[in-house]
Structures are given as C-alpha cells and as structure tokens.
Design a protein around this ligand. Structure first.
Ligand code: HEC
Length: 139
C-alpha cells in the first residue's frame, strides 16, 4: 500500500512537469494576440513589416517570453541550451535568416532541436518577436 502511494506520487510529480517541452521538443505554443497590427495574409513577406513599430515590439516581448524563452533564455540571453538570439544579423538579412529558422525549426537525424512554427504561430506573431529581438540586439 505504501509503495503504491509512493508510485502514485511519483507519477503525479511527472505529470506536473510543464508540458511545453517534452523529450521530443514538442511545445504548446501560446497564441499571439496581434490586435492593432496590419494583417499580412497567407504568403510570407520577406522582410519585417513591423520593424521599429512600438505595438509590435511590445507584443513581441511577451510572445517571445511565452514561446521561445524556455530554450533561448529570458530577455534573449541564452543560458546555453540554444543560440543567443541577440546576435542575429540586423535588418533584412537577419529577417530572412530568422524566418527560415522559425518556419522550419531545427531537425537533424530525426531529432527535433527546435520545433517548426510555421502553421503553429501566425506570421504576424512571429514578426513581432523579430521586432522585439532587434531592440535587444548586440554586436
Ligand atoms: C525546444 C527549444 C526551442 C524553442 C521553444 C525555440 N527554439 Fe529556436 N532554437 C533552438 C535550438 C536548439 C536551436 C539551434 C538549432 C540547431 O542546432 O540548428 C535554435 C535555433 C534558432 C534560431 C537560429 C539561431 C542561430 O543563431 O542560428 C532562431 C532564429 C530561433 N531558434 C528562433 C526561435 C524563436 C523565435 C522561437 C520562439 C517562437 C524559438 N526559436 C523557440 C531551440 C528552441
């Protein structure tokens, strides 16, 4: 009886682990509310339409914390599990690189290092994150 109880407690402790990261790198993405921003449609635009936009930056800051910080670190300061996103190239060049990576994620040899976000988070939402990242950029 005592052992069964112990096992039950152990199982509930496991279940209490936040579900956003599993062994497979699965995440439960948090919907990004982009109210107030110009909608962009289905097709991906090449460069960030919200660069420097105060509303986008504010949305992006919290969207980053909810969807990316667990791997890339709070404030985009990497704790070492994933690249430090403050060093992404600025401007158009960085925009292109950023979208390639977030749309496709990072999968090698069947291992998911980063989940893909295309079709999971909106284009608008992902650009707000890019907008915020540019405000914390370092060389
Ligand atoms: C489950 C952990 C995880 C989550 C969540 C995650 N990433 Fe990543 N990300 C990684 C890892 C690990 C890499 C490095 C992949 C590799 O080795 O190719 C990476 C790489 C990247 C890169 C390329 C960086 C570079 O310097 O090459 C970008 C851009 C990026 N992530 C953006 C994001 C954004 C934006 C989010 C949130 C919407 C996010 N990631 C969520 C783990 C994660």
């Amino acid at each position: 009886m005592k052992r069964a109880l112990k096992r039950l407690l152990a199982v509930s402790a496991l279940l209490a682990v936040p579900q956003w990261v599993t062994a497979h790198g699965d995440v439960t993405p948090q919907v990004i509310d982009v109210t107030g921003l110009k909608p962009l449609g289905e097709a991906w635009v090449k460069t960030n339409p919200y660069r420097g936009d105060a509303t986008a930056i504010k949305i992006g800051s919290s969207a980053y914390n909810q969807n990316c910080a667990r791997c890339h670190g709070l404030g985009a300061i990497s704790g070492g599990i994933a690249p430090d996103l403050r060093y992404l190239p600025p401007g158009d060049e960085g925009d292109e690189y950023f979208t390639q990576r977030v749309r496709n994620g990072a999968v090698r040899d069947g291992r998911v290092y980063m989940p893909k976000f295309e079709g999971i988070l909106s284009q608008e939402g992902l650009w707000t994150i890019r907008s915020w990242l540019e405000t914390v950029r370092v060389d």
